[in-house]
Design a protein around this ligand. Sequence first.
Ligand code: MN
Length: 193
Amino acid sequence: MHTLPELPFDSTAFKDWTSDETFDRHHGKHHAGYVTKLNAALLDHDLADKELVDVIKSSRGSDQKIFNLAAQHFNHSFFWNCLSESSSEPQGNLTSAIDRDFGSIDAFKEQFATAAGKHFGSGWAWLVQDGDGKLKIVDTHDAETPAGTDLTPLLTLDVWEHAYYLDFKNDRGAFISGFWEHVNWDFVQENLA
Ligand code: MN
């Protein structure tokens, strides 16, 4: 059985950015719905006892329904961990890796914000690390995820409309700029190889 993780912060923590109403729906309805439907779809299924990333890997390209539910469960759990109540900046080897591959933290933020802002339709913006250790920005459509691929996810931002529409309406750009005040860089650092 897959379980809905608790939010690792208080849903009222980001009122200058995203409201508790958004978090309560996003986590308590959207994410919870993916988990419930995933468990139902996996009943008596070959993948029933597999770890989440193995479910994603095995269903990619072969069972779209299970893939979508498993990937959305992974993506949302990962996204909550990318957020922190206190504002910080990248440190140590994360800073050097970002400087090496993007030029500077500001250049990275700008490229990430462009990818997130230009993404057409529902999806996710990611900072990932490839097999050679290089950092890259990718955007994925709908539930698609770096999980279960050769790319290691380091940071993500949900750009489905349900992530921001209650607070920002169609202004995805304002949602993206506010994100930087709430990134959990310690979590990003932990994901770095
Ligand atoms: Mn979402």
